[in-house]
Write a protein that binds this ligand. Structure first.
Ligand SMILES: [Zn+2]
Length: 659
């Protein structure tokens, strides 16, 4: 492998501090250069002299562009300044339009066809395959009129998605609280409470929702909170989603598919909506009895508490938390005392370093996009070779993306001079800010999420491919979550939990009895949790495969009682904040279930050999992470397992036998 040598400083080559004017100029210059680069390659005709001079060079132009836009096209979710975020939205829109134009370009399609015939090399074959698939999907093989129509529709969908995400990032929903309600808010949320002329209010967003709904005893306050939560994004986002679904249907028809789900799934592991639907329905039917009995237990708890009536959707988290506390004696607020960020983050990094044979070094003066963002350099532990950088941007800011995700900023690849471009990625999250002067503490759930997202960062770092388009997480969409889902299992092992915990006042690790109780309670809500996932997946597939005009909110209200066992709150429109449907997971949400089958199967190898077994870790790194998207995931998984994949470990994990 052609690793670079030397030590890494803070300068990744990405300039984060840009004025809106600079950003716009860099974006335009980079797009102009890319257009000129493509035109130069196309000038040789559609039968270039070699793969390298044809498709290889095209992927180089695309990679040069993506590198130049690493900051300009991603600052929209993280920049401090609104004018910068707005300029970045425009740059992202232009960049996506360029990538649609590349995919739809019949000359590039012909060069990819020539490329497929020019090479026997496996990675080059795969690159040609991906360009041909994307070309066909963008209409490159259609007559010019239909092709132009597809391009126009894809551009409009991309812009609707950007606007949808922008509305969510900038959503400032709050609700008013009475003094008694405010006093009952858990300590971890106090920093989200404000007092002004309107009275006492609390921010309604992804970082406040879980703790508020789990701990505030007032049913009325929870109902008010959840009602506001399920209106985030606003009616305008509902309109954007409705429009996008209609446009996607038109695109699928023009390219020759019965619907958008069939169009999307052809390029996934699942291949057809029917195969995805089969997994969802099978799982759902096996889990429904468990979900019903869980809800019955929580309803009994609610009634014993003096509240008549059925368990409503805003009661669920609260009563589930009560159940964990009473039946399993797991006090989540107590668990938090053992999970201070200052302990958890370095301990998590240590686990990854040991498992995957890497070393992390904090960069002393980070070059980042906002104060408080940490930067790390990554080295191979055995050879000392530098491997890239990552950032941790873990707390909310005004206007910042409100979810928790890993962001690939720059892919690795071999440069024309033979050197290797080091990748850059990061975790962008929203842990609740601690109260001034108090340490930040995490729930166990937040710990699992962090460990999961960091798994994506490792995929984005330890991959090593010649072509950027095949690097890292550029894998089939319904496999992308599998590595991180596999790693979530680590955070349920007693020895690992002891390593990552340290009580905030004494430094003591989580005590054995508390760990035992957490593990005993692990599956207490699997029925509801996984039928909820099945509902989202099924809703998404139906939304993208039904014929005729669709009202996304009506479909949601129709399906929810059947599949999720709860009634939606009248007057709300939760789909207006369902970012996956407008962020690349459209007709793809089922991927969380699909990839978990592979995740649990891969985990069974670690479970048998020991979780801190660096030999298996090394094999996992080489077999799964290094190839990225250069080899089909079913081949990678079978190589790692040493046998064909099996769904048995997945069903066992959910306490369902058979299969
Ligand atoms: Zn993930």
């Amino acid at each position: 492998m052609a690793w670079a040598n030397g030590t890494l400083g803070a300068d990744t080559g990405i300039k984060w501090e840009l004025t809106p004017t600079e950003l716009t100029r860099i974006c335009k210059d980079a797009l102009d250069a890319a257009r000129a680069g493509i035109a130069g390659i196309e000038a040789q005709g559609t039968s270039p002299p070699s793969f390298a001079a044809g498709l290889g060079a095209i992927d180089g132009v695309v990679a040069d562009l993506n590198e130049a836009l690493a900051a300009p096209a991603t600052l929209n979710i993280i920049a401090l300044s609104k004018p910068v975020r707005d300029a970045s939205d425009q740059c992202q829109s232009d960049a996506q339009a360029f990538s649609v134009a590349v995919a739809a370009d019949p000359k590039i399609y012909a060069i990819a066809q020539a490329g497929a015939a020019q090479t026997q090399d496996q990675e080059e074959q795969q690159l040609a395959k991906i360009y041909l698939e994307n070309g066909r999907h963008a209409g490159a093989a259609l007559e010019p009129g239909a092709r132009a129509k597809v391009t126009h529709l894809l551009d409009e969908v991309n812009d609707l998605q950007i606007a949808f995400q922008r509305a969510l990032s900038e959503d400032k929903t709050t609700i008013g609280l009475s003094e008694a309600e405010a006093a009952s808010v858990p300590a971890s949320l106090r920093a989200a409470i404000t007092h002004d002329a309107q009275g006492t209010r609390i921010a309604v967003n992804e970082s406040t929702a879980r703790p508020f709904l789990a701990y505030v005893p007032s049913t009325a306050a929870r109902k008010r909170f959840l009602t506001a939560y399920e209106k985030r994004g606003g009616l305008e986002n509902l309109r954007r989603l409705t429009r996008a679904v209609a446009l996607r249907r038109q695109i699928a028809a023009l390219v020759g598919y019965p619907n958008w789900a069939a169009y999307q799934l052809e390029l996934k592991m699942a291949k057809t909506p029917q195969r995805a639907e089969n997994l969802i329905l099978d799982l759902d039917s096996r889990l429904l009895p468990k979900a019903r009995s869980e809800i019955a237990a929580l309803t009994a708890l609610k009634q014993a508490d003096g509240h008549a009536g059925p368990l409503e959707v805003w009661d669920y988290s609260y009563n589930e938390q009560q159940l964990e506390k009473t039946r399993y004696s797991v006090d989540s607020e107590l668990v938090r005392q053992y999970l201070p960020v200052a302990k958890v983050v370095p301990a998590t990094l240590d686990i990854y370093a040991h498992l995957l044979g890497v070393r992390f070094e904090a960069v002393k003066s980070p070059m980042a996009w906002a104060p408080g963002v940490d930067q790390y350099a990554i080295y191979d532990a055995a050879s000392g070779a530098p491997m890239g950088w990552f950032y941790l941007d873990l707390y909310p800011r005004e206007g910042k993306f409100q979810h928790f995700e890993a962001v690939p900023f720059r892919s690795g690849r071999v440069l024309p001079d033979g050197s290797y471009r080091l990748p850059v990625s990061g975790v962008v999250g929203n842990w609740a800010q601690p109260e001034p002067g108090k340490p930040a503490l995490l729930s166990h759930e937040e710990l699992v999420t962090f460990f999961h997202e960091f798994g994506h960062v490792m995929h984005e770092t330890l991959s090593h491919t010649r072509y950027a388009s095949l690097f890292g997480v550029n894998v089939r969409g319904d496999f992308g979550e599998a590595p991180s889902q596999m790693l979530e299992n680590w955070m349920w092992q007693p020895a690992v939990l002891k390593k990552v915990s340290g009580r905030v006042d004494t430094g003591e690790p989580l005590p054995d009895d508390l760990i035992d109780k957490m593990i005993a309670a692990k599956h207490v809500s699997d029925g509801v949790t996984w039928t909820r996932q099945a509902f989202f997946a099924d809703y998404d597939l139906q939304l993208h495969s039904r014929s005729g005009p669709i009202d996304p909110n009506k479909l949601w209200f129709d399906l929810m009682p059947k599949l999720r066992l709860f009634h939606e709150i009248p007057g709300t429109y939760e789909v207006a904040s369902f970012g996956h449907l407008m962020g690349g997971y459209d007709a793809g949400y089922y991927g969380y279930l699909w990839s978990k089958v592979y995740a649990q199967d891969m985990f069974s190898v670690f479970a048998a050999a020991g979780l801190d077994n660096p030999e298996i870790g090394k094999r996992y790194r080489e077999d799964i992470l290094v190839p990225g998207g250069s080899i089909e995931p079913d081949v990678l998984v079978e190589r790692f397992l040493g046998r064909p994949p099996s769904a048995a470990p997945f069903y066992e994990e959910l306490g369902l036998s058979g299969h």
